[in-house]
Design a protein around this ligand. Structure first.
Ligand code: NAD
Length: 427
């Protein structure tokens, strides 16, 4: 009989993406000069909920979907973060994304900590009725753990305004009255904010524009490539196009399109609205793969699809002069090191895509006050927030001669640390 060997069990969320977030944190901690008790608290999520959701499909059968919600830190306020529907969702992914949300909220000086959740499913293979049932069951199971002063979900990959409307309705039915402030990114008719839909992509371009100013470039003269043509990438491409930059390539899950003299972005949006994706679009463009898109010669590469796109394998092929992270975690630790060694600056995710959570915060404030602002006011407040955070990050990077990602993390961690030190460790 062989003897069982007992190894220390791994922590449940310890996956490659979580290790990426942890490695970034460990490195930033060497620069941040914060107390050990704060550092050890921030390495792990406060709470992780694992669920299995039995849902009746349209054919009458019942399928059980794994689902998660991770809350990383409630030091600064309620936790906040998206819900994604994707086949790759796991506890480690949610834990990594929750940690990044903590840094993002702190960097933007929003009174929130980070959370993230999701359901492991292929949203494109499910009907609207099936998605509604998944969302309602998920919300009902999450009800004890979420709340306007506790944890506030928002859309993420493959979820949208409709998903948030189902969540808001389900939660409201449980408590007996309408609670618009339970989610952000919902339709305007039930307390959503104008400009929330555009906020992340618009914020990406605000950061890119600010970086161009610091680098002495004119945005209108830049050739841009955008990976991902969903909420973030699609809006970023439109904003770049409207500001006069030339968007020469975009892509989605079906592949990419390239045009030397710039793409007709409004036409591409119309095509995707009608056909669901860029697949089949061939009007005056060259079809390219996502791998080819990442290696195109350009000035600005916007990564707005998903995590782990520029890695140790392909970072040497990137021929952009500046990389902007619209997605969360699109550059791996190895990819980051290669880009840094090649002198290609990376505008980090926790700064660059923070426009979404910032306008989510405005939405929550408007819902709590039952008083709504107009588009110009929100755009102006967003621009103020993004440029304030950008300037702080840029100045830390310059004065300490460190990468923009490290500067952003150091600035964010110090915000959380100051709060945790002031509050102290309970009991
Ligand atoms: P989305 O589902 O609206 O769009 C994702 C896009 O990426 C789609 O066009 C999809 O086809 C494409 N895509 C997926 N896999 C791809 C691949 N391997 N190669 C190329 N394209 C691929 O999602 P979204 O809301 O735009 O989110 C994109 C990223 O931005 C995610 O990392 C998300 O966490 C992050 N983010 C989103 C928001 C927001 O407000 N929506 C805010 C902050 C960060």
């Amino acid at each position: 009989m062989t003897e069982a060997v007992h190894h220390a069990p791994i922590l449940e969320w310890d996956t490659p993406l979580y290790r990426q977030a942890s490695t970034q944190l460990e490195h930033a901690l060497t620069l941040a000069d914060i107390p050990d008790f704060v550092a050890s608290r921030l390495k792990y999520p406060e709470r992780a909920v694992i669920l299995s959701l039995p849902v009746r499909l349209d054919d009458g059968t019942v399928r059980t979907f794994p689902a998660y919600r991770v809350q990383h830190s409630s030091v600064l306020g309620p936790t906040k973060g998206g819900i994604r529907y994707d086949e790759a969702v796991d506890l480690g992914e949610c834990a990594a994304l929750a940690m990044w949300m903590t840094w993002k909220c702190a960097l933007l000086r929003l009174p929130y900590g980070g959370a993230k959740g999701g359901v492991r499913c292929n949203a494109r293979a499910l009907s609207q009725n099936e998605l509604a049932r998944i969302t309602r069951r998920f919300t009902a199971e999450l009800a004890p753990f979420i709340g306007p002063q506790q944890d506030i979900p928002a859309p993420d990959m493959a979820t949208n305004e409709q998903t948030m409307a189902w969540m808001m309705d389900t939660y409201s039915m449980q408590v007996g009255h309408a609670v618009p402030e339970i989610v952000t990114g919902k339709p305007i008719s039930i307390g959503g904010s104008v400009f929330r839909h555009e906020a992340t992509g618009a914020g990406v371009v605000m950061v890119v524009e600010r970086a161009c100013q610091r680098l002495g470039w004119s945005l209108a003269e830049q050739r841009c490539v955008v990976q991902g043509f969903g909420n973030v990438g699609g809006i970023a491409a439109t904003e770049l196009h409207e500001k006069g930059a030339s968007v020469v390539a975009v892509s989605d899950i079906s592949g990419g399109v390239y045009a030397e003299d710039g793409l007709p972005i409004p036409e591409l949006h119309a095509y995707v609205a009608e056909n669901g994706s860029l697949e089949g679009y061939a009007d005056g463009v060259r079809r390219i793969s996502n791998a080819e898109l990442l290696a195109l010669e350009c000035d600005i590469l916007v990564l707005a699809a998903r995590e782990d796109q520029v890695t140790g394998q392909n970072a040497a092929d990137v021929r952009a002069k500046l990389v902007a992270e619209g997605a969360n975690g699109p550059t791996s630790v190895e990819g980051d090191a290669i880009l840094a060694a090649r002198g290609i600056p990376v505008l980090p995710d926790i700064l660059t895509n923070a426009g979404g959570v910032t306008v989510s915060y405005f939405e929550w404030v408007q819902d709590l006050g039952r008083l709504f602002w107009d588009r110009d006011e929100i755009r102006r407040r967003l621009a103020d927030k993004m440029s304030d955070a950008f300037d702080r990050v840029w100045d830390v990077a310059q004065s300490r001669d460190i990468a923009l990602r490290d500067a952003a993390l150091v600035a964010a961690i110090r915000e959380v640390s100051a709060a945790l030190e002031a509050r102290g460790l309970y009991p």
